[in-house]
Design a protein around this ligand. Structure first.
Ligand code: UDP
Length: 367
């Protein structure tokens, strides 16, 4: 009897993971726990499977009975405007949620956690290997998310080291695609919904900051292989993402090509917005050989546009994302628009890890 619990299973990534889990013939029961903060019942409305039960409530205290053989912890907002609006709740969902979930694990069971490339902060090495310890401000505006993800990593690795708990920790890089909320506020979904609603595309700062955009189907395929399908027992952390790095402005311009009448407007930069992000996939290639992001971002964006077009047609009133936290206008000078870290070449990985690279000199501009 295999019992599985998915915390955050009505969310964007969580619901795709549940779809994959339901393809397993060895699965007897799948309990989805979600408080609908950023998730939606709509995301699993298509599921007609008697093995699934949905419990709406906070993972920290929902009335959950019994122990589980596999636990997947995805109960957290991942969009900056959402987690910045409720930072303490974000910390609680991740950290107290993980503590609770550890207590629900059956002896010999496995707990898996979707951590994030945010643990690398504003990275001073590129690409980022899992051994890179990151450049994170624990009192900054992204800290509730970054540090709670780091804390749960610490919790799980200690549970593994001290108590032998079987764990799997992945670090995800900017996942996008269908089932993102229309009011999510992250770059791809924001640009697409803005374009579909006839609004300008809002680029924060000059748009030279880059990310590695992973299409949901590819990412979930990587998760399924690592978490259960390949029989891998590596605890992680494991980078899972697309290693093609693209600037935010380039993404906006690609979407603008599909909607030529929409202008791109530049708003103040988001505070402490990381300048770059790209996964080093060396360990990933060893653990899940042959896995790759097969869907390029252009194709992924096209599919996302099609999906949002159909979704928005169903919605009577447009939902707006929480207002993004942006730098005050009076510090937006041309110099502030060019992040200081981008002016100097990134240190080679080995040098930066060995030398403990320091924060970029202009970092105070972001405060
Ligand atoms: N971004 C933007 N306009 C938007 C939303 C996001 O320019 O409407 C930028 C954001 O400042 C960041 C990048 O896009 O540099 C990715 O942001 P996202 O919120 O998708 O994820 P993050 O990597 O910051 O967690």
């Amino acid at each position: 009897m295999t019992r599985i619990l998915v915390a955050g299973g009505l969310g964007f990534i969580g619901s795709h993971l549940v779809d994959r889990l339901l393809q397993r013939s060895d699965l007897d029961e799948c309990l989805v726990v979600d408080n609908l903060w950023t998730g939606s019942e709509e995301n699993l409305a298509h599921v007609q499977d008697s093995r699934v039960r949905i419990l709406v409530g906070d993972i920290e205290q929902a009335p959950i009975v019994g122990k589980f053989d596999e636990i997947y912890h995805l109960a957290s907002p991942a969009s900056p405007p959402w987690y910045m609006t409720q930072p303490l709740r974000t910390i609680s969902a991740n950290v107290i949620g993980a503590m609770r979930l550890l207590g629900l694990l059956a002896p010999g069971g496995q707990v898996a956690y979707t951590s994030t490339s945010e643990v690398y902060g504003d990275p001073l090495v590129s690409p980022q290997p899992e051994s890179y310890r990151g450049s994170v401000d624990c009192t900054g505006p992204r800290a509730a998310y970054d540090e709670s993800k780091r804390c749960v990593e610490a919790m799980l690795f200690e549970a593994h080291r001290v108590m032998g708990v079987r764990i799997k920790v992945v670090r995800l890089f900017n996942v996008f695609g269908p089932r993102t909320r229309a009011d999510d506020g992250r770059a791809v979904s924001n640009f697409v919904t803005q374009a579909l609603r006839g609004l300008p595309l809002t680029v924060y700062g000059d748009g030279s900051q880059s990310r590695s955009w992973g299409y949901i189907d590819d990412i979930v395929e990587g998760l399924a292989r690592y978490f259960w399908r390949d029989g891998c027992d590596y605890p992680g952390p494991l980078n899972v993402g697309n290693d093609r790095e693209i600037s935010v402005l380039e993404v906006a311009k690609y979407i603008q090509k599909r909607f030529p009448e929409r202008p791109i407007v530049h708003l103040p930069p988001a505070p402490q917005d990381p300048t770059n992000r790209r996964p080093d996939l060396t360990i990933n290639r060893r653990m899940i050989p042959g896995w790759d992001c097969a869907v390029c971002y252009e194709e992924g964006v096209d599919r996302t546009i099609d999906w949002f077009r159909a979704e928005l047609a169903k919605q009577p009133a447009p939902l707006l994302a929480p207002a993004p936290v942006l730098a005050p206008l009076d510090i937006v000078t041309p110099a502030a628009l060019v992040p200081a870290a981008a002016e100097k070449p990134l240190a080679p990985v080995s040098a930066a890890i060995a030398g403990g690279a320091e924060a970029p000199s202009g970092a105070q501009l972001d405060l």
